[in-house]
Design a protein around this ligand. Structure first.
Ligand code: MSP
Length: 519
């Protein structure tokens, strides 16, 4: 049976159109899901939108729409952007959908029954943009401990979730599963937070209209809506149809990986697991936190006014250029400073010069020097060579990095192959071999060219998750695409000598046009 793999992105607020930060998380999930499909796993990839709560209610007031109309309009912007970037999600969930609301209501009812959710009075400091309560000691000089904006004093009747009861079980879980939170630095942060003690948290709001109603309760004197984070986090389960015992739930939930930005790690690594424990449900397998894209060292975000539109970037540098840049330039897990100069430089030097030129160089030479001959590639690539050795070294490194979110190092490894090909061409000078009429040199010529061809075939298959369209084009030019069926397990094709014996090389077209940065 195929191993299953469930990958999720956060669900995005519909307050505004997507920006480069949202793109970053979503492309990361797409790369991972593509990779896992290529190694033959059964992948379910979920993304979606977070449509309830104060943020959306407030934004709808500003735009003069109903919150539902705002959500309906903005969700399309997300779908258009993801389509443009070739994001192959399996499902897109919106928290205003019935399937989602039903699961949230059922779970809250269950928690009220078990006493994990109870009614009491709350007094605290509240941050509106973050929809988070802080105690006097948590708030930093009257400001939100997360975003630094001023907090308001609020007193209200509220439902609470007994998070305190799950402090010990959560710590035990983290100890028993050292990889539950990735990377380790973030795990330590979360451990530090839990060790300060978990308090019960408010799980309802009376200050908003736009949310899922709390179940009817004669004890309540006010109209309560479910806290937006309980609502939002539940999407990961709701999409799998957990109440109907949908086959998807059994198959994917045990293998759930949540990809999140570091700003929302606490909700995923503390709140979510304790909700699940209270519900008696298994926890996800792993929570992976990445860093932020920054602009002059500040997080890029709509509210800070420095958001960058993914569609404009796609027009400017191409979808694959952008996908490559984001995961080659920045270390996943750390913050990364975004600048146009670095982006142009990276795309031009790695994609246009190194990879694009190399494909074109090798294919042109094969067409020119042995275009009309039939050859047996597998025979020609048997002897030892630098590209052959490099491919052998890179394969385990690449897989290991991909399994550990080391996208940057995985790509660096692939570039070792490309550099080895370029060096091998220069040192063995096929153009000189071609001039010689001796049978030895003619054989050597074919060996050199097809060793390069084989190395580029392997490199291009490794690049499929990152730059799907260009890598496919490259494989088509190399005549090696037939072995790549897109969904089929490809691992067996990704080794030296695992390709076809004969290929039909196509006339190379430029894969990546050189970009000019306009001042
Ligand atoms: N709706 C919540 C998530 C609920 S998940 C159950 C939310 N939405 S969001 O639209 O504000 O952002 C979602 C994701 O985008 C987060 O993972 C966040 O880290 C990411 N990014 C937003 N700006 C970012 C950068 N500048 N850089 C990288 N990622 C950033 O939070």
């Amino acid at each position: 049976m195929k191993k299953s793999y469930y990958i999720t992105t956060p669900i995005y607020y519909v307050t505004d159109a997507p920006h480069i930060g949202h793109l970053y998380t979503t492309v990361a999930a797409d790369i991972l899901s593509h990779y896992h499909r290529l190694i033959g796993e059964d992948v379910w990839f979920l993304t979606g939108t977070d449509e309830h709560g104060q943020k959306c209610e407030k934004r709808a007031k500003e735009t003069g729409e109903t919150p539902q109309a705002l959500a309906d309009r903005v969700v399309e912007r997300y779908k258009v952007a993801w389509h443009r970037y070739g994001i192959r999600y399996s499902d897109f969930i919106r928290t205003t959908e019935e399937r989602h609301k039903k699961v949230v209501t059922t779970y809250i009812q269950q928690l009220m029954k078990t006493g994990d959710v109870y009614l009491a009075e709350y007094e605290g400091l509240y941050c509106v943009p973050c929809e988070t309560y802080w105690t006097e000691t948590q708030a930093v000089e009257g400001k939100c401990a997360d975003c630094g904006r001023p907090v308001e004093r609020l007193k209200e009747e509220s439902y609470f979730f007994k998070m305190s009861a799950y402090e010990k079980p959560l710590l035990e879980h983290l100890e028993r599963h050292p990889n539950f939170i990735f990377p380790e630095s973030r795990r330590n942060e979360v451990l530090g937070f839990i060790r300060q003690g978990l308090k019960d948290i408010s799980i309802s709001r009376t200050t908003i209209q736009w949310g899922i109603p709390m179940p009817k309760d004669p004890k309540a004197t006010k109209d309560h809506k479910v806290y937006v984070w309980f609502d939002a986090l539940t999407n990961y389960l709701a999409a799998l149809g957990p109440l109907e015992s949908d086959a998807k739930y059994g198959k994917y939930w045990p293998n759930a990986i949540h990809l999140v930005g570091k700003d929302i790690l606490r909700f995923h690594a503390v709140y979510w697991p304790t909700f699940l424990m209270a519900l008696g449900l298994p926890l996800p397998k792993q929570i992976v936190a990445h860093g932020w894209l920054t602009d002059s060292n500040r997080k890029i975000s709509k509210s800070l006014g420095n958001a960058i539109d993914p569609l404009a970037l796609a027009d400017e540098v191409g979808v694959d250029g952008m996908r490559y840049f984001l995961f080659r330039e920045f270390v996943f897990g750390l913050d990364g400073e975004y600048t146009k100069e670095i982006m142009y430089q990276r795309i031009n030097s790695d994609l246009a010069n190194d990879y694009g030129n190399c494909i074109s160089r090798v294919c042109s030479m094969i067409l020119k020097y042995c275009g009309d001959q039939s050859v047996n590639i597998q025979e020609l690539i048997k002897p030892a060579s630098e590209p052959k050795q490099t491919v052998g070294e890179v394969i385990p490194v690449f897989h290991n990095e991909m399994q550990n979110y080391g996208f940057q190092r995985a790509l660096e490894a692939v570039w070792k192959i490309i550099s080895s090909v370029n060096r091998y061409i220069d040192s063995s000078a096929p153009w000189t071999l071609a001039k010689s009429g001796t049978p030895e040199d003619q054989l050597k010529l074919k060996q050199v060219l097809f060793q390069c061809h084989e190395a580029l075939r392997v490199a291009s298959i490794f690049l499929l998750p990152f730059i799907p369209t260009s890598a496919r084009k490259a494989l088509t030019t190399l005549g090696a695409f037939e072995s790549v069926t897109g969904e089929a397990p490809l691992l067996q094709n990704v080794g030296w000598g695992q390709g076809p014996a004969e290929v039909q090389i196509k006339k190379p077209e430029p894969l990546f046009p050189r970009l000019e940065l306009k001042k």
